[in-house]
Design a binder for this molecule. Structure first.
Ligand SMILES: Nc1ncnc2c1ncn2[C@@H]1O[C@H](COP(=O)(O)OS(=O)(=O)O)[C@@H](OP(=O)(O)O)[C@H]1O
Length: 303
């Protein structure tokens, strides 16, 4: 099976990580950890002056909340509207990845350009947040996000191994993970989610009704597509469909990324005490907020 250029690009990043010592795998920029195989200070600086078009589309997602899933749907929706395949170029499309010279190439990409970022609201370029470009914000319940992140730390050669789930749980709770704290991330978006050009989606809602989720995203983007097209995009975006093609689309990264794709896997790792600790943190940070309600914590994070 032929590998996409995107898959070859990811394989090259994984190969580069294999040669690095553990202490070389992370960098810190403005107090936040990032993987050194993908991010550098020069690109963060260049991001500050990135030019934004009003028809650019941004996907903002905390890591492990289903970023690659929604990217795939956005790509399919855009390809359907343009009636041609939109190529994916990860180091260009993920705002904080790659080298600063990429911004020259970004300027020549045709509209509508699709970008992704895991950056905290405060670190997203002001040009993006000050524009009317559409921003789709993706979150997942924090317990499943933590479990997914834990496996990712240990399976991805680009991240340092953690010796145990207990160790990772404490790091996740204190925000000592790449892209920093889940709770700070969600709280920041809570303040901005009512803006017209911002739409929140959750992993769990997409799992509950994928065609409905695809339709809502299309409507938010102003894309008018026949029902059958929405259905076929949803069918291509199931976990089974995406993981079956992952070797082709994501190369060696495929099995690392498409792990389980379920809701509730946290019950296999969380101890009772850890579950209560996260319940208390959620209560302290997000309970009573509009975004907190959207996450349906009691449904997805309680026994
Ligand atoms: N199509 C589809 N349906 C349901 N779930 C899916 C799908 N595609 C990816 N996934 C799951 O999303 C998790 C990876 O999240 P991200 O893509 O955000 O990871 S990353 O931060 O970009 O590395 C990871 O979750 P876990 O399986 O729980 O680890 C993936 O399996």
């Amino acid at each position: 099976m032929a590998m996409s250029s995107f898959a070859r690009e990811i394989d090259a990043v994984l190969d580069a990580a294999e040669g690095k010592k553990t202490e070389e795998l992370l960098i810190t920029y403005k107090g936040v950890l990032y993987p050194s195989t993908l991010c550098c200070a020069e690109t963060f600086q260049a991001l500050d002056t990135m030019e934004v078009r009003k028809d650019d589309v941004f996907l903002a997602a905390y890591p492990k909340c289903g970023t690659n899933w929604i990217e795939h749907i956005l790509n399919d929706l855009t390809s359907a509207v343009l009636r041609k395949e939109v190529p994916r170029i990860k180091h260009l499309q993920i705002l904080e990845f790659g080298v600063p010279e990429k911004f020259q190439k970004i300027k020549s990409l045709p509209s509508p350009r699709l970008f992704t970022t895991h950056l905290h609201y405060d670190n997203i370029p002001k040009a993006v947040l000050g524009s009317n470009a559409k921003v789709l914000v993706l979150l997942r319940n924090p317990k499943d996000a933590a479990v997914s992140y834990y496996h990712f730390y240990n399976k991805n050669p680009g991240l340092p191994n953690v010796s145990s789930w207990d160790e990772f749980f404490q790091k996740f709770m204190s925000g000592e993970v790449c892209w920093s704290s889940y709770f700070d991330y969600a709280l920041a978006w809570n303040k901005h989610m009512d803006k017209e050009n911002i739409m929140i989606i959750t992993y769990e809602e997409m799992k509950e009704n994928l065609p409905q989720g695809v339709k809502q995203i299309a409507e938010f983007l102003g894309f008018s597509l026949p029902e059958e097209k929405i259905q076929s995009i949803a069918e291509n975006a199931t976990f089974e469909s995406m993981s079956n093609k992952s070797q082709e689309t994501h190369g060696k990264f495929g099995p690392i990324l498409f792990r389980k794709g379920t809701v509730g896997d946290w019950k296999n790792l969380f101890t009772e005490a850890q579950s209560q600790e996260m319940d208390a943190k959620f209560e302290e940070c997000l309970a009573g907020t509009k975004l907190g309600a959207r996450l349906k914590y009691d449904k997805y994070c309680k026994y």
